[in-house]
Write a protein that binds this ligand. Structure first.
Ligand code: AMP
Ligand code: GLY
Length: 439
């Protein structure tokens, strides 16, 4: 990445509009290397950190025009869609844009999230532990049914493509699983995404997320986190984008993380190199701890949300320094320092989410969040009012000596933020032995 010669300060554009992007902008805004920060499209929180720009993250031409007129030096891509659609390639192939750093992989590497089948084949090829699987298209429904008969319940069916986190169905009943497979393939229940379906072995264990930042040559492992995907307490009910997160994960001690590095992270980055895929940016390893051994459920090619709201505040190293090193392929020169405190994030959501919900409710008490950070997820500024503008509305993050303390602070301050229909899970961290000192 080349910078303007007149100064070392950078102009940065963040793409996205959720809690993850607020956390990214909150952290980048603290960098002494920052000149101007823009967020497209952003929300009512990100406009306190920089300037919101009314552009869709997938509008590459609009982004090009903006980036050139505003002398942007770096684009940080929050969500997966622009990456899977090739925003990094679009910049790299354009002479006017190819000096600009993009934090996020090119389309080839983005298939790790963009196609479940690609990810499964990659893992099997490189000996990375994952659930046994087979994939089926519409002309092989019968074979799919036969494969289901060979498995033990529960049955895990996954739409191959991007389905906004909704493309995974887990069923206990064999007949219901067969009907679901037919629905997914024949009537493309998840649109194009379910033109192909991956059926895999059910993994029994506790989930966690581990993140690594790569410059295509080296990588750094970021703090682990655990998110809570179901809407209901005790992990019941429908899947959501995530109702809360804690970091670090108490059972993911140094020995476990070493196993993750040796069995998953290193073989993944080596496998990418072996396959000639240059991967830079963030890689999210969705893992399940099966009897003390890490097994990969999924890769994501971006920060998790709400994991980002718990993990980013613990990163002490200047994030812009880290991202610049990613773009310049000199990550190995940097030291990554992590706050030894724990963090806990509690998501405040709209009544009805993840089903249908109303928007436009006025949010009050954001100034009373005390020592917690109120990251905005689905919010909008209308005149001088902040209103709800999504299912997930505010992510309340707090530090603590341990997860228990961090949770206590987040819950106390979550009470102070008010909007009609506010809902939250009161049991974030319930399945972990809280009280354990952070690593
Ligand atoms: P994914 O979109 O692949 O992360 O899947 C969504 C959720 O489904 C995961 O967070 C897990 O809770 C669950 N899941 C996915 N694959 C499996 C599996 N093979 N065994 C058990 N649970 C799974
Ligand atoms: N919290 C899960 C995800 O971002 O995919």
């Amino acid at each position: 990445m080349q910078h303007k010669e007149s100064k070392d300060l950078m102009n940065v554009l963040i793409l996205g509009s959720g809690g993850r992007e607020h956390a990214l902008s909150w952290k980048i805004a603290q960098s002494p290397k920052l000149d101007k920060l823009y967020i497209a499209p952003g929300n009512a929180g990100t406009c306190n950190e920089g300037t919101n720009i009314n552009l869709k993250p997938t509008d590459f031409e609009g982004i090009k025009t903006f980036v050139l007129s505003s002398n942007i030096d770096m684009v940080v891509v929050g969500p997966e869609d622009p990456l899977v659609n090739g925003i990094h390639d679009y910049f790299a192939e354009d002479e006017a844009l190819n000096h600009i750093g993009i934090v996020g992989p090119k389309a080839e590497g983005a298939q790790l999230e963009g196609s479940k089948e690609f990810a499964k084949r990659f893992m099997i090829k490189h000996g990375i532990p994952t659930a046994a699987y087979q994939s089926f298209t519409v002309d092989a429904i019968r074979e799919g049914h036969t494969f289901l008969e060979t498995l033990n319940p529960p049955y895990v069916l996954k739409a191959d493509g991007l389905a906004a986190g909704k493309g995974v169905v887990i069923l206990n009943d064999l007949e219901a699983a067969k009907v679901e497979l037919t629905d997914m393939l024949e009537s493309e229940k998840f649109g194009e995404a379910s033109a192909k379906v991956v059926i895999e072995e059910f993994l029994d264990g506790i989930e966690l997320s581990v993140f690594a930042l790569s410059d295509g040559i080296n990588y750094k492992i970021l703090p682990s986190a655990k998110d809570y995907k179901r809407i209901g307490e005790g992990d019941t009910g429908l899947n959501t984008g995530g109702m809360g997160a804690v970091s670090p994960v108490p059972f993911a001690d140094a020995d476990f993380i070493l196993k993750v590095e040796e069995q998953v992270i290193r073989p993944t980055f080596e496998g990418l190199k072996e396959d000639g895929i240059e991967y830079s940016g963030l890689l999210y390893f969705g893992l399940i701890n099966v009897g003390g051994e890490p097994v990969v459920i999924e890769y994501n090619i971006r920060f998790g949300d709400p994991e980002a709201e718990a993990v980013i505040p613990r990163i002490e190293t200047d994030l812009l320094d880290l991202f610049e090193a990613v773009c310049d392929k000199r990550l190995s020169e940097l030291d990554l320092t992590i706050d030894s405190s724990a963090t806990a994030t509690v998501m405040l959501v709209s009544q009805g989410y993840p089903g249908s919900y109303e928007k436009g409710k006025e949010i009050n008490g954001l100034g009373d969040a005390g020592e917690s950070i109120a990251f905005h997820a689905g919010t909008k500024l209308v005149e001088d009012k902040i209103i709800t503008n999504g299912g997930r509305v505010i992510a309340v993050t707090s530090f603590g000596e341990n997860i228990e303390q961090a949770l206590e602070t987040s819950y106390a301050n979550a009470e102070r933020i008010k909007f009609e229909g506010k809902n939250l899970r009161r049991d974030i961290g319930y399945d972990l032995k809280v009280g354990i000192q952070a690593e």
